[in-house]
Design a protein around this ligand. Structure first.
Ligand code: AKB
Length: 328
């Protein structure tokens, strides 16, 4: 591996693993991946064990490599962040500042702009009451309920201010406010939209599921291939086209019960009961059921490939059956 690389933090997470695979398929051969623990070896990737809070390690990375793109995925998700706010703010805010600084140092070192991808979230929104309108980027995002949402909003703001690409070399900051994401091959940890993937993975393993959120609640979701596609699209588009620094994207917004019914279509024996977690329910109640993603559609051609039915039929069910070795 040469010293010209793509740098990914949080590489062991759901999105990290999928993104590295997708970058590999696209022919990106030089990836350095940072996370706390060494997991399986990934092709064409040099794994660096460590923390985004370790500034000495980040300085060493800065010395050794020429980074063209940064995908800063490391984060503590919403439920875990509420339970451990100090750690979460350290990782989600201070860790992100460290990675911004690395990006800035690289821009100076290489005398060029460094593409910087930041996954933000619908957690930046805080609806006063449950409403069914499609939330735009400017709506209801001044006072997020959770520590996680606050950190995402703060870092969006810092990223936007540090993006000096109009005047001088710096970070070329691009963010997507992700809805819940469903992967057929991995499960998230510590999030609040986790009920949907947890339900589906339980069904595929012939297990029952105790759902922590009320049956009529709706959140926006997408499946992982669409999430990765969106990242590729926003990172490849000319900066001139980007009128915002952070964009909503979405695909479908079924209620919990609709998720259950859809899952039952494929896994007839699946059984789900409810045990509402009031803290997590409150988080979900503060998030929008629908987001307006027309800015992403207009500015960089975002369009989800998978609606709810297509997600189950062409992505979730075939891959999840494969994962748990079930017969078609
Ligand atoms: C979470 O539930 O914390 C995340 C998110 C919606 O950002 N999946």
């Amino acid at each position: 591996m040469g010293n010209k690389v793509i740098f990914i933090t949080g590489s062991n997470g759901e999105m990290g693993r999928y993104l590295i695979e997708a970058l590999n398929k696209e022919g990106s051969k030089n990836i350095i991946a940072l996370d706390l623990e060494q997991k399986n070896n990934i092709l064409n990737t040099k794994f660096i064990q460590g923390s985004i809070l370790d500034t000495q390690l980040l300085d060493d990375i800065n010395e050794k490599y020429e980074i063209s793109e940064i995908y800063h995925l490391a984060a503590i998700l919403s439920t875990k962040a509420e339970n451990n706010p100090q750690l979460a703010n350290d990782v989600n805010i201070n860790g992100t500042k460290n990675i911004f600084e690395l990006g800035q140092k690289q821009a100076i070192k290489q005398k060029k702009n460094i593409l910087f991808f930041f996954p933000s979230s619908i957690a930046v929104y805080n609806l006063e009451e449950n409403n069914n309108s499609k939330i735009k980027e400017e709506d209801y995002c001044s006072n997020p309920l959770t520590e996680y949402g606050k950190a995402k909003l703060i870092c969006e703001d810092i990223g936007k201010r540090l993006d000096t690409t109009k005047t001088t070399f710096g970070i070329d900051f691009r963010a997507i406010r992700f809805p819940g994401i469903i992967s057929a091959t991995t499960l998230p940890t510590g999030g609040t939209s986790d009920y949907a993937p947890e339900m589906i993975h339980a069904a595929a393993q012939n297990k029952s599921y105790k759902c922590f959120v009320m049956n009529n609640r709706k959140l926006p979701f997408i499946v992982m291939p669409d999430a990765i596609d969106a990242i590729f699209k926003i990172m490849k588009i000319s900066k001139k086209k980007l009128l915002k620094s952070a964009y909503n994207i979405t695909s479908f917004s079924p209620s919990v019960e609709e998720f259950y019914n859809k899952t039952k279509e494929y896994f007839q024996n699946f059984n789900m009961t409810y045990s509402i977690d009031s803290k997590r329910q409150k988080i979900i109640d503060s998030w929008p059921s629908y987001v307006n993603d027309s800015a992403a559609q207009n500015d960089w051609g975002w369009k989800s490939k998978y609606d709810l039915s297509e997600s189950y039929a062409s992505y979730i069910v075939p891959h999840i059956k494969n994962k748990y070795n079930m017969e078609e």
